[in-house]
Design a protein around this ligand. Structure first.
Ligand SMILES: Cc1cc2nc3c(=O)[nH]c(=O)nc-3n(C[C@H](O)[C@H](O)[C@H](O)COP(=O)(O)O)c2cc1C
Length: 305
């Protein structure tokens, strides 16, 4: 049976009237009657009781309607499944981005055009007032040794008894990844846009930058650590007193894929508000989910030293 015929029979069953069913199907009554007659020929029996006005389905017709209802539901389910799958495909790069630890990165890193492209993506993030309350510091290859000295000095300031291994690791953070950027939160003071919105805008920009890196095929990770709070290091990097060193972004080609993200637990972050009800507290179940999300993050955790 043609798919159109199925919907015509279902409309007729729903409306119990030729004219109303024809309107619902956006065809003329004559076309509807012709289609039903075609279906009757195909089945070799009457599906609709004879008469000029609609008087119901025959026993066989009722059976066909039940079958058509099942098929129609199956088709809707399939369409929904395909639509969801297409939607996921459309945003796949956002769904499958993962941070990639510096130990899984190698050359080549991003060239200056690719870095600019990532920054352009960051600039297209939502930003109240277009203030761009952030900036990016690029560390060219010939600056890394000096940066490593600064990281080592910072480590010694924080821990004068740091071991040689600790100092090696501190230096390594400056030298290991093929590309290194610093992301600086740079709030625009005395603006009408509240500072908390500027922080959010900066976070969105950072997200866009990391997503752009992922879409360009690079692995990337943002790491902060205690050195970001070191006043002397910040001064050496030219960070103003009203600015914040949010962290360093390590970037490069991926040597080994990071573990896949655990399935998203929407319930931990999404609730439905209904008028007249207080906002719903996230249930204990969510805490379990949050705990497992945290352990997921910790498994790949990088604590800069
Ligand atoms: C501003 C900022 C600073 C971060 N600093 C650290 C850090 O110092 N150490 C760490 O293990 N993860 C840090 N992270 C988290 C990682 O960058 C990463 O997002 C986390 O490991 C989860 O991995 P995923 O991005 O694949 O979900 C930081 C993230 C942000 C946004």
């Amino acid at each position: 049976m043609k798919q159109d015929h199925i919907s015509y029979l279902l409309a007729l069953h729903r409306e119990q009237d030729w004219a109303a069913a024809a309107i619902a199907c956006q065809i003329s009554q004559a076309q509807l009657k012709k289609a039903v007659a075609e279906a009757e020929r195909e089945y070799g029996c009457s599906l609709v009781k004879t008469g000029t006005v609609f008087r119901g389905f025959t026993t066989e017709g009722e059976k066909v309607v039940v079958w058509a209802q099942g098929l129609s539901e199956a088709i809707s389910t399939l369409k929904h499944v395909f639509a969801v799958s297409n939607s996921r495909k459309a945003i796949a790069p956002l769904l499958d981005r993962r941070s990639v630890s510096p130990k899984r990165l190698e050359a080549p890193g991003a060239d200056s055009q690719e870095i600019d492209l990532m920054i352009e993506a960051a600039l297209s993030a939502p930003d109240h007032g277009g203030l761009h309350p952030w900036r990016v510091l690029v560390f060219p290859a010939d600056s890394r040794a000096r940066l490593a000295d600064l990281f080592e000095q910072e480590k010694l300031r924080r821990d004068p008894l740091a071991s040689t291994e600790d100092l090696r690791r501190a230096r390594e953070h400056a030298t290991r990844s093929p590309t290194l950027l610093a992301f600086i939160m740079s709030p625009k003071l005395r603006m009408r846009v509240p500072e908390r919105e500027q922080w959010l805008a900066a976070g969105s920009a950072l997200g866009n930058l990391l997503n752009a890196a992922h879409q360009l095929g690079f692995g990337a990770i943002m790491l902060s650590g205690e050195r970001c709070f070191d006043v002397l290091l910040c001064a050496e990097l030219g960070i103003e007193s009203a600015e914040y060193l949010a962290g360093f972004i390590s970037l490069g080609s991926i040597t080994a894929a990071p573990p896949q993200r655990k399935p998203a637990m929407l319930d931990t972050v999404r609730a439905f508000w209904h008028s007249g009800e207080p906002s719903v507290e996230t249930p204990a179940k969510s805490q379990v989910c949050l705990d497992s999300a945290a352990s997921n993050a910790i498994s790949e955790s990088q604590v800069p030293r």
